[in-house]
Design a protein around this ligand. Structure first.
Ligand code: MG
Ligand code: MG
Length: 259
């Protein structure tokens, strides 16, 4: 069952998505070699609660943390812990919040210091592929148009698209219908209507598309242990041009000032 959102509901999702962007900007301030992923998670949870929201992931299907922190070959759903971020890592930080009954959900892959140029290029292409997908989230298109655009963009550059995890609808629930695969065929799938809110989140691998779930029941890593990048925005389907509710603006500002 697909729920199209009213403008009032969209405003509330925008506020939640905005808080996620600001939380990720707090992460951007402290993510450096030597910092543990647990410390990053604690900072994010504190910031979310100080802003009157609750961490959207904590307790979701039993997930124990505020953030998913996924380093290098970990694709998504990595557990924060005593592992330290180090020079040369790429670190996907995925954050959700629940505020006023609505979720926001966004992810950003941070590059730590000097990263192998091929890995840097993967991260940049993944971020660009998100925008390519968002361009397709307009009235009259279908879900398959989003996935097709992302898949074509990254495969032309020699990367592969994770199949086992997908984007999703978003609202009063963190994961709503429809699923939003990052691969697909043009003109196939659910028809996009105005007011549909989607979390689009390409997970793109440097090597093969196959992934494995670790024994903790959550952590997803590439089968070939090559790096994977991940970016996610919350968008509303509109006529002519999708509207992006989440933002990387605050993150980019922090990263610029740190350089
Ligand atoms: Mg997410
Ligand atoms: Mg998501």
């Amino acid at each position: 069952m697909i729920h199209l959102k009213s403008e009032e509901e969209i405003e509330l999702i925008r506020q939640s998505s905005l808080l996620v962007g600001k939380t990720l900007a707090e992460v951007a301030k402290i993510i450096s070699p030597g910092v543990t992923t647990k410390a990053i998670d604690q900072r994010a949870e504190e910031f979310i609660r100080d802003n009157g929201a609750i961490p959207g992931f904590k307790g979701y299907n039993g997930f124990p943390y505020a953030l998913c922190i996924s380093i290098n070959e970990v694709v998504v759903h990595g557990f924060p812990g005593m592992q330290e971020v180090k020079e040369g890592d790429i670190v996907s930080v995925d954050c959700g919040v629940l505020m006023n009954g609505f979720y926001g959900d966004s992810a950003f892959t941070f590059v730590i210091g000097d990263v192998d140029p091929t890995v840097q290029a993967l991260v940049e292409a993944t971020r660009e592929s998100l925008n390519v997908g968002i361009e397709q989230a307009v009235v009259g298109n279908r879900i398959g148009d989003i996935g097709f655009a992302i898949q074509q963009f990254v495969e032309l550059r020699g990367y592969s698209v994770v199949r086992d995890l997908v984007g999703h609808g978003l609202g009063r629930n963190l994961h709503e219908s429809p699923e939003v695969p990052n691969y697909g065929r043009r003109g196939i799938g659910h028809r996009l209507q105005s007011g549909l809110v989607l979390a689009i989140e390409p997970m793109i691998n440097l090597g093969g598309k196959a992934v494995i779930q670790e024994r903790d029941g959550w952590t997803i890593r590439t089968a070939d242990r090559k790096p994977s990048a991940h970016f996610e925005h919350d968008v509303v389907v509109r006529h002519g041009k999708a509207e992006v509710l989440s933002t990387f603006e605050f993150i980019d500002e922090v990263l610029k000032s740190r350089n």
